[in-house]
Design a binder for this molecule. Sequence first.
Ligand SMILES: Nc1nc2c(ncn2[C@@H]2O[C@H](COP(=O)(O)OP(=O)(O)OP(=O)(O)O)[C@@H](O)[C@H]2O)c(=O)[nH]1
Length: 304
Amino acid sequence: MGAQPDHPRCGFVALVGAPNAGKSTLLNAMIGSKVSIVSPKVQTTRTRVLGITIVGDSQLIFVDTPGIFKPKRRLDRAMVAAAWQGAEDADVIGVLYDVSRRGVDDDTLGIIERLKEQGRKAILILNKIDLVKRDVLLGIADGFRESGVFTDTFMISAANDDGVTHLRNFLAERLPEGPWHFPEDQISDMPMRLLSAEITREKLFLQLHQELPYSATVETEVWEEFDDGSVKISQVIFVQRESQKAIVLGKGGQRIKSLGLAARTELQAMLERRVHLILFVKVREDWVDDPERYSAWGLDFSAS
Ligand SMILES: Nc1nc2c(ncn2[C@@H]2O[C@H](COP(=O)(O)OP(=O)(O)OP(=O)(O)O)[C@@H](O)[C@H]2O)c(=O)[nH]1
């Protein structure tokens, strides 16, 4: 553990909001390094990610939560339970809202209701201000003020890094006094295996979004570091049907080659070392209801 300041502060910040509000983008902007997966599709964040950053004497530990939405499937219910758990344990809750949407959605209303029930205060983070006019923005802020839940309101554009530093400094001041929980150089306690699998899964979404909606998952099976500094990573892409396997492989293995290249390039940049990435595709029809998958994502299956 690196040296701590004389008067350290440390605490947990939970970002909650409807799917697509920009939680991952904001987290990445705050941490300054890729720790969560950003994708234009909704509900792609399946794992609770802790991103950690130091601001002055404060160590901010961000709990990025999966979208809090009405759970339908078993997996979704586990996600929602995990999301709320993260929020309830936090020192500061930030409710993120996408100002470009037309009218407040049920997800956000549900979050506010839940905060009210618990008598918890939160800060309101109005995101994507680059997409709306100022008077619209002020109207939205007024609307939220009536709920009585929010102590402070921030107007930011996470994607353009507008207002993010101000928010970060505010959070740093808000945290309770106490020793740092993590070594200074640790930006994420998400195991590297999991993070690298998420990178491959992101590539799957980006390259095959139409053909393969939400039915694939990726696991890292081998993580082997060599003396020359390189690392060998073997991953399995699980799909639900043979037809999907064929899609992931592509004609003459073209698709999987391209997925592997994209994932490897990003892994190398992140790990700052040479990466040998080996991808396999396996069919497992019932992965969505397999308890083992839940523990791998840090979700509590019994909560669902
Ligand atoms: N124009 C604009 N787009 C943004 C901004 N912040 C995020 N986005 C976009 O909004 C989309 C959703 O952002 P994410 O960060 O993935 O949202 P999320 O809340 O983590 O979504 P889930 O993973 O579904 O919970 C992405 O396409 C982002 O690029 C912003 O400030 N301005």
